[in-house]
Design a protein around this ligand. Sequence first.
Ligand code: APR
Length: 248
Amino acid sequence: IYKWYRSGLNRWHGPGSTPDFQDIIEDRCYNYTQRIRPDSRSRNCQEIKQAFMSAFISKDPCKATKEDYRRLIDLADPTVPCNKRVLWSKTKELAREYAKLRGLVTLEDTLLGFLADRLHWCGEPGSPDLNTWSCPDWEKDCRTNYRSVFWEVLSERFAESACGTVQVVLDGSLENAFNEMSIFGRVEAPNLKPMVTLQAWLVHDPGKPPRDSCSGSSITKLKSILSERNVRFICRDNLSRDEFLGRF
Ligand code: APR
């Protein structure tokens, strides 16, 4: 019984594929290309959906490669301005709110980021269906799962094609506002182009004291990653949410 369980659809430790994944992708694609960014109206949503599905359907959910997403990325390469980008780590909602107020963009404002935001997906070898019971967890099962690799590929491209000043919103209530193992730490910071300026904001949660600062050890680590790449760095800490969003 144990063996059956471990080899079945239930064996992974992460949430299963989001129900109606395909329909959600299709709906979001039409919404984005026709309503949210009509300048991307020429994108073919059927083709994009097919490319997304064929990236992972029938495949071992722990053997994702960047190559699997190549076709999808080629069909939906981002067209957002390179000098208006906002990165984040543990602060997605706040970063999105900030970006919206300032006319800036996060990865979730690009077509592929918008399509996949908050969704889960994985397949099963030999099956045409998504596994809606469970999908591999980054820590407990495998790092090369399709969801993680997707966000890594997208994030890498988003960071390496950024120009001018790039903002990053970090959670100042954490002991380490900068985490080297996060996507921002592993993938985005190390792929910024020389001459870019990274502006970091350390924002603490309402009702929580600031724990990390611009002079703390985690930010010092970030500084050293950036200085090796000739990326300029500006940091502001001790900001409450309201100060950060500009409502005093
Ligand atoms: N929706 C759901 N999950 C996401 C999304 C999203 N829009 N973006 C990223 N993820 C996944 C990734 O697997 C990521 O590791 O959720 C995790 C978010 O973890 P955090 O520790 O909060 O942040 P971090 O790992 O630093 O990733 C966020 O990566 O996707 C980029 O531009 C984005 O700067 C941002 C950073």
